[in-house]
Every structure is written in C-alpha cells, then in structure tokens.
Design a protein around this ligand. Structure first.
Ligand code: HEC
Length: 120
C-alpha cells in the first residue's frame, strides 16, 4: 500500500517534470518566432525603427523608442500587445504601423513578437 503511494508520487513527479519541459520548449519556440518577425523586413520589421539589445539586431533604426525594460514599463502585457496591434489608438499620428488592425501580422505572430520583446 505505502509502496503504491510512493510509486504514484514518483509518477506524478515525472508527469509534472514532463509538462514543465514541454511548456518551456514551446516558450522558446514562440520567442524564436517573435525574434525572426521582429528582424524580418517583410514582416514586423520592428528593427527598422526600434533598437533592441540582441546581438543579432543589425543596423536598428531610431524613429521609435528603444525596446528596453518592457516588463517594468508594461506590467500589464495586454497593454503592450495593444500597442503593437494598433499603435494609432495611443497616438493617432504615430508612424508605427497598426500591425493587427491592418493584418500585417496575425494574432499568433503578434503574441510571438510580444513574447520576444517582453524579455527586454
Ligand atoms: C515605422 C517605424 C516603426 C515600426 C516599423 C515599428 N514601430 Fe514601434 N514605435 C514607433 C514609434 C515612433 C513609437 C513611439 C510611440 C508612438 O509614436 O506612438 C513606437 C512605440 C512602440 C512601443 C512602445 C514603446 C514605449 O516605450 O512606449 C513598442 C513596445 C513598440 N513600438 C513595438 C514595436 C514592435 C514590436 C514593432 C514590430 C512588430 C514595431 N514597434 C514597429 C515606430 C515604429
């Protein structure tokens, strides 16, 4: 009886460890996808206007503010997402394209970009 419980606990531990590994693997994929969208001239092309402290960020533009301290400046990640979905809500005269409203990026792609920049 007691041995059974111990086995159950061991199995539960294995299951939990597996779930955690899966979750972090998909987070890493999401971040990698977001990074390529950020850099890709045909997609987000955020790099054209925003500096980011990533060694792969080549020749960033300076029209937008640098992507730094995102978590501190956007404690609510949904406000950050809304900025990327449609920057004209906060500033009707912005030069930042409304990526969601104009279907430049899909909802999934916006989530990926948010996951990527939220680390900076
Ligand atoms: C054509 C230039 C341009 C492009 C491309 C651009 N942005 Fe922006 N972005 C700006 C400007 C300018 C601002 C400053 C706020 C404003 O004008 O409303 C801004 C603001 C932001 C902010 C808010 C920063 C803060 O500190 O308040 C974030 C986050 C952001 N952009 C992320 C992105 C992401 C992610 C992409 C790519 C999907 C992107 N931007 C593409 C120009 C751009």
């Amino acid at each position: 009886m007691r041995k059974n419980i111990r086995i159950k606990h061991a199995l539960l531990g294995l299951l939990l460890a597996g779930a955690t590994t899966l979750a972090s693997a998909s987070d890493a994929e999401q971040i990698a996808k977001g990074k390529s969208l950020f850099m890709n001239k045909k997609k987000g092309n955020c790099i054209a206007c925003h500096m980011i402290n990533d060694p792969d960020a080549n020749l960033p533009g300076m029209q937008g503010p640098p992507i730094v301290a995102m978590q501190a400046r956007f404690p609510d990640i949904n406000i950050l997402r809304a900025q990327i979905w449609d920057a004209t809500v906060r500033n009707p005269n912005t030069i930042m394209p409304p990526f969601g409203r104009h279907w430049i990026l899909s909802e999934d792609e916006i989530d990926a970009v948010v996951a990527y920049i939220y680390q900076y």
